[in-house]
Ligand binder design. Sequence first.
Ligand code: PGA
Length: 250
Amino acid sequence: MRRILVAGNWKMHGSRAMVKELLNGLLAGTRNASEVDMAVFPPFPYLSEAQTLLAGTSITWGAQTLNPIAQGAHTGEVSAGMLLDFGCSHVLVGHSERRTIYGESDEDVAVRFEAALAAGLEPVLCVGETLQERENGETESVVDRQISAVLKRSGIGGFERAIVAYEPVWAIGTGETASPGQAQAVHAFIRHKFVSQDDIIAGQLRILYGGSVNGSNAADLFAREDIDGGLVGGASLKVEDFLAIRNAVA
Ligand code: PGA
């Protein structure tokens, strides 16, 4: 049985005071052992706070993106080695906001995925279609293209230590969640794509759903066969909302 993972993508939110309060609240609320893993993805400046407060606890942490180059004249960028310095175990790659606002192509995402793996970080590959693409019946072809770019570079072996997050763009931050049936259908499609290459890796791969997950819809989503947890944006910024998602399945 794959363990459920509830991951909080804070995006560009927070302050030092808020991060302290949020992490201390999560730690207080997760003292009891549970079948649910938890991870947080704060903005870069707060990774140090995460390391200080979360080291040695059951909550892991990671960054929201990385630059695939190890070091050099890349003003404003952060490398995998720097993330390791701050104790990160995971990194998001290819979040839809990175793809659309910052122009990351499928190939850019594949390069970042490969760099994360090479450094020993576990990448969380985000994929998903826009509303227009769904309405055009292109959901599967879009997700297939996004995953294929990564498979081409890192191979199926690259997914032995990686996570996939299916995040329909139309459900991100909109309050409109994919129904459990809609999400499961895409998750099954994704898993099947990996099964055709290696059924053991496919069987162990965690595929998270993201897009307006909250305490009320989490249990139904995570009960579906191929939904192994959630990548949570808005609802991960409040202790009680994030814990409600964990406790919906704990
Ligand atoms: P949301 O964001 O939960 O606020 O919809 C999810 C995400 O972008 O990862």
